[in-house]
Design a protein around this ligand. Sequence first.
Ligand code: ZN
Length: 245
Amino acid sequence: MTGSARDGRPVRVTVWNEFRQERSDAPVRAVYPDGIHAAIAEGLRGHEGLEVRTATLDEADQGLSDDVLATTDVLTWWGHVAHDDVSDTTVERVHARVLDGMGLVVLHSGHFSRIFKRLMGTTCDLKWREDGRSERLWVVDPSHPLVDGLPETFVLPEEEMYGEHFDIPAPDELVLLSWFEAGEVFRSGCTWRRGRGRVVYLRPGHETHPTYVDPNVRRLIANACRWAAGPHGEAPVRGHYPGPS
Ligand code: ZN
């Protein structure tokens, strides 16, 4: 797998979060007192082979300088109320790094992030309802590394509903489907290739539910980081080409 391309060193994960509602909104802070990024990072640190750091929107360079991105094998993305505060420069930097081989794992309301919409080329819109009822996830591709060690199906007791139609290009791989109590369904675990990079979308993770401490969700995100992490082989030569040497 991708580990060999890194000569056995750990996967370098940067967990990015806009980190706004945890500071402004008491119900969110009650669930994620140190920020959603802290809970995601803690979950990843419980899995082997991952070297984890965090970055947030209000840091210098929006947490994503060229240096940070150059030393990131896979970036996880959580955003919700501040998508429009992410600058053109940041979107361009992250986009270029994905095409150059960095993995990107987009979580929950990151479906509406500028970087995800840029990579997908569609609206990425969907149905939603904050009813706090349960979500049942089903593995529909049991051979995929994203679901290593996960049961065939598992339940999150309280979640926000996301329903189809989810306006994304047809995923290269569909790994998880969700079912909600009122009957809606949703493509909850999807992958795409973009350039040399791998992109994953994982649905669970509303800011007022403790989804990021759920052991299955934590395993799923760790698996996604390992699977998506670059590099994935040498950069191809493009343009005028004199021939192989
Ligand atoms: Zn949400």
